[in-house]
Ligand binder design. Structure first.
Ligand code: NAP
Length: 318
């Protein structure tokens, strides 16, 4: 394995939302277990989860499966990040973290994120509690997820926040012009999600009817006007480019994300074969020369038609 390839792998994190959450119906537990095992075998050493994913089920799955590799992997050779919502009472923070630790079968979590900002609940007193837990060694670092650039800038003045998790893909590139440069300037690390457009950039979904009942993607903005036609043009272009360089459309989208200035890229996979295909594509992705200028144009066009005050791809749902 050459140096570049090793570096790309260290930038990858395995996501766990789809592995144990009813918003991704039809997921089989055995497939989820195999995804985690193959991630470990393929050299992925970052695992992203959240209390909100299946109300703790994803944390439990990740924790129990990593525990099975204890004899092969030292705890300090991999990183686990989890997330909590801003609780109603800041005093609940400790209980939330301690229950996550139990589910994750570990003494500490590498990164704890506040999952979403809340318009009703103040993040500051919760961050005070996270700082206490960090001093006790139960957390190694604190992060913000889905917070706007303005919120990040304000909270970083007071709190030792080291990580920022944000959406970044050809479908949602807004962070490139605000949060990512801000985090770089503040010395924070950035982690992106939504690389495959939550699966939409694979080209297998044409409209919302292609999703089974209960799949959250049925309501995603991409299938609504005025975004629909630009998204389908974008997917068609990825398919065309992919054919020329022997990549699947979502792998072209992955290359685009890997070329952006983010420290870590989270990937979702629902089966072992999906993950293996992706990691196989990553092996050669650095050497493939792709002209992404047209893809960039379309993705900028899409960004321009989403209202400027909307800051997240989930905006039509939550
Ligand atoms: N901080 C946050 O608020 C936040 C939000 C979202 C996600 N995340 C994190 O990011 C992780 C990644 O998930 P994501 O939602 O961002 O999705 P993503 O990586 O953009 O897409 C993942 C989905 O793409 C499809 N896929 C994956 N590999 C494929 C392949 N080889 N061929 C065809 N389709 C493939 C699968 O869905 P199908 O097979 O069903 O199409 C998979 O579930 C999550 O698990 C979570 O850890 C964080």
């Amino acid at each position: 394995m050459n140096q570049n390839r090793t570096n790309i792998r260290t930038r990858i994190a395995l996501g766990s939302w789809a592995l144990a959450d009813p918003l991704w119906p039809g997921q089989r537990r055995n497939d989820s277990i195999q995804v985690i095992h193959s991630a470990i075998r393929l050299g992925i050493r970052n695992f992203d989860t959240a209390r909100a994913y299946g109300n703790g089920q994803a944390e439990q799955l990740v924790g129990q499966q990593l525990k099975r590799f204890r004899h092969e992997l030292n705890r300090d050779s991999y990183s686990i990040s989890t997330k909590i919502m801003v609780p109603a009472e800041p005093s609940q923070t400790r209980t939330l973290i301690e229950s996550s630790l139990r589910r994750l079968c570990t003494d500490y979590v590498d990164i704890v994120y506040l999952h979403w900002p809340s318009s009703k609940r103040n993040a500051a007193p919760v961050l005070d509690k996270l700082v206490e837990l960090r001093a006790e060694g139960k957390i190694h670092a604190i992060g913000l997820s889905n917070f706007t650039a303005r919120m990040i800038e304000e909270l970083v003045r007071t709190y030792p926040i080291e990580w920022c998790q944000l959406p970044l893909s050809l479908l949602w590139r807004r962070a490139l012009s605000d949060s990512i440069p801000l985090c770089k300037r503040l010395g924070m690390k950035t982690v992106s999600y939504g690389t495959f457009g939550f699966g939409l950039l694979s080209g297998k979904y044409r409209n919302s009817q292609d999703f089974t009942e209960g799949d959250w993607r049925k309501n995603i903005f991409c299938f609504k006007d005025p975004y629909r036609s630009t998204v389908s043009e974008l997917v068609a272009l990825l398919q065309e480019i992919g054919k020329r360089c022997n990549l699947a459309p979502h792998e072209v989208a992955l290359k685009w994300v890997l070329d952006q200035p983010v420290d870590q890229v989270i990937l979702g996979a629902r089966t072992r074969s999906q993950l293996e295909q992706t990691m196989n594509a990553i092996t050669n992705i650095d050497e493939i020369d792709i002209d992404v200028s047209k893809v960039n144009e379309l993705s900028i066009l899409l960004d321009n038609i989403v209202c400027s005050d909307v800051d997240n791809p989930f905006f039509h749902i939550w």
